[in-house]
Design a protein around this ligand. Structure first.
Ligand code: GRF
Length: 212
């Protein structure tokens, strides 16, 4: 049984997608053991509490320095004893020590088709604003391993979503969540839990998987 620690910052719809996928059997052999938020007001914490999942808040505002926060954040993650750490709407720039300690054991969901619309400053609604500004016909979401860069780790799964006439950033964000994020993040967790995902350099191989 793969022990998951889910790191959140906001509404927690990706956490909810994971919990629903576990209930429905789309995620086998994994369980959410702890949810950790840097934001005390994150509704994701409520989603965890309603399922009696330990919900921890480590807020930067509670610490005298960035270093003190990062030390406490990493300590909370280590204490949760994760096999896999899942960034689900997590806005924290992870401590370098954490990325090193959990190499290829941290995954992130990004609301665009990396390498498009990613990197520093590209998060949440801004990603969709830029996609609409550029006039792309297709966008989507990416699940990738986290490395020392920003959205630069090996790609695990991606799913495309069509942009439609009249889309606002909010409408497009919702479609990308519904048609991509909430599907490929649980699928990636299930594949990892089944031992089918292998990182080979900068690439990821998935056993017996047909893309598309
Ligand atoms: C989502 O667009 C996700 O891709 C991004 O943060 C947004 C909110 O995620 N990382 P959630 O509802 O908190 O899971």
């Amino acid at each position: 049984m793969l022990r998951l620690t889910v790191l959140v910052s906001g509404g927690g719809t990706n956490l909810q997608a994971i919990l629903d996928a576990i209930d429905s059997g789309r995620i086998r052999d994994a369980q959410v053991c702890t949810v950790i938020s840097n934001n005390p007001g994150a509704y994701a914490l409520e989603r965890a509490k309603s399922r009696n999942i330990p919900a921890v808040c480590v807020s930067p505002r509670s610490f005298p320095s960035r270093k003190a926060f990062e030390d406490a954040y990493l300590a909370a993650v280590r204490e949760s004893g994760p096999d896999l750490i899942v960034l689900a709407g997590c806005m924290v720039v992870l401590p370098e020590q954490m990325v090193r300690l959990y190499e290829n054991r941290i995954i992130n969901i990004h609301p665009a088709l990396i390498p498009s619309f990613c990197g520093t400053g590209y998060h949440g609604l801004h990603v969709h604003e830029e996609a609409l500004k550029r006039g792309v016909r297709v966008t989507g979401a990416t699940v990738h391993f986290v490395d020392s860069g920003t959205d630069t780790g090996p790609i695990i799964l991606q799913k495309a979503v069509c942009v439609q006439e009249g889309d606002t950033p909010e409408i497009l964000q919702r479609r990308v969540m519904e048609q991509a994020e909430w599907l490929i993040l649980p699928e990636a967790i299930d594949l990892i839990a089944a031992g089918r995902v292998h990182v080979e350099g900068r690439k990821v191989h998935i056993d017996d998987y047909s893309f598309g």
